[in-house]
Design a protein around this ligand. Structure first.
Ligand SMILES: [Mg+2]
Length: 388
């Protein structure tokens, strides 16, 4: 059956083709070495830089997209190497077939797994293809996906790390609130539990009862400690308690979520939609915290968000606010976006914040372009294909 519209050759679809890709390995230095509970318990060293993987894609018809992935501590060179190896599979492909291309790239490296570093490398291409599609449509990414809202409530994490002395913590929290950021997150999970409690108590007292506060133990409690600490923290009326247990302890998280009034948040360390599916099936979180680059891009993120929505979970995407503000804007119920200013020097644009909320950019695509500073911090680039 053909309608008049469908048979009109001027409206029929003609595919575009990916002709050129540039991959960049960029190292973003951090002003201060960063410590969360994983450092205080001796598992990791303080973080001094973030390895960024950028994918710039161009098509025969002159459309462009910018995508990113990242790694904290080890992993940056591996992501870059894997991306370089699979990138030629995109040349000549229709950039609109994002789902098919994700599958194609994933199967190209399936023997090293369909989670973790392999899909994180693919995530940079996937984000770039979504950016390209939205830009070509003249739409912000949030609108391409089907936006629910034009701003998203946001909370600050960067002021509440464990290397920050208590006095400075209070100054940082007040400064974030003055900037218009809605919530304040504090890191806990240090070996001295009394110190954790004192810091949370001081910030709650300083900010008053109404300000949303979250805490994050970065997986450093065992089950008995988590039980005890969740019980102590019930009286602070927290928005959530994040990663009280090892990221893969689904049963343990589920028991805490069932037992305590304070919502449990987790999911940032998981590296695929399949792992998030397990977490959701276990009802291990009240707030799910997927990270699009870490799970392999927007394609798997949307699968996770659909499952989370079906299960009635709240959403708090992890890190990379520049990308997640768009994805959070398309989620059914009101999410929280994590405010980190760390990535800001990489881009020419800035996100606007007002009245506790981050405004979703109205520029096409992600609304981002790489800064001169990002180019200056780039250690390695590789180009695949030919510019049209
Ligand atoms: Mg966290």
């Amino acid at each position: 059956m053909t309608s008049a519209h469908a048979s009109d050759p001027s409206t029929s679809y003609s595919p575009d083709r990916i002709t050129w890709i540039r991959l960049s390995s960029c190292y973003l230095p951090l002003a201060t070495p960063i410590s969360d509970a994983k450092v205080l318990t001796g598992r990791q060293k303080p973080m001094t830089e973030i390895a960024m993987l950028f994918a710039e894609i161009e098509t025969r018809d002159g459309h462009r997209g910018l995508g990113l992935s990242y790694s904290k501590r080890a992993g940056g060179p591996g992501q870059f190497a894997h991306a370089q190896e699979v990138a030629p599979a995109l040349i000549g492909e229709d950039p609109n077939d994002i789902s098919r291309l994700w599958t194609k790239l994933t199967w190209a490296g399936a023997s090293v797994g369909r989670s973790g570093m392999a899909v994180q490398a693919i995530g940079a291409f996937d984000v770039a293809l979504y950016d390209l599609k939205a830009r070509r449509a003249g739409l912000p990414l949030s609108k391409l996906l089907g936006a629910q809202r034009e701003s998203v409530q946001c909370y600050n994490t960067s002021g509440g790390f464990l290397h920050t002395p208590l006095e400075q913590l209070l100054v940082n929290a007040a400064a974030s609130r003055e900037r218009g950021i809605g919530g304040i997150k504090l890191k806990v999970g240090q070996p001295d539990h009394a110190l954790d409690i004192r810091r949370v108590e001081a910030v709650r007292k300083h900010l008053g009862d109404e300000v949303p506060i979250m805490i994050d133990a970065n997986q450093q409690w065992d089950r008995p400690t988590a039980q005890r600490m969740c019980r102590v923290f019930e009286r602070f009326n927290l928005v959530w308690i994040e990663e009280p247990l090892d990221a893969y302890d689904y049963e343990g998280h589920a028991a805490l979520a069932a037992h305590f009034d304070t919502p449990i948040a987790t999911g940032e360390m998981l590296t695929s939609a399949a792992e998030h599916g397990e977490l959701i099936r276990h009802r291990a979180a009240d707030y799910l915290m997927p990270d699009a680059p870490r799970v392999g891009g927007i394609t798997p993120f949307l699968k996770i968000a659909a499952q989370a929505e079906q299960a009635g979970l709240s959403l708090g995407p992890h890190f990379a606010m520049e990308l997640h503000v768009h994805l959070a804007a398309a989620y059914a119920t009101e999410p929280w976006v994590e405010h980190f200013d760390w990535l800001e020097p990489l881009f020419n644009e800035r996100l606007e914040i007002a009245n506790g909320r981050m405004l979703v950019p109205t520029r096409p695509g992600l609304g981002l372009s790489l800064s001169e500073q990002a180019r200056a911090w780039t250690r390695e680039t590789v180009e695949i294909g030919q510019r049209a």
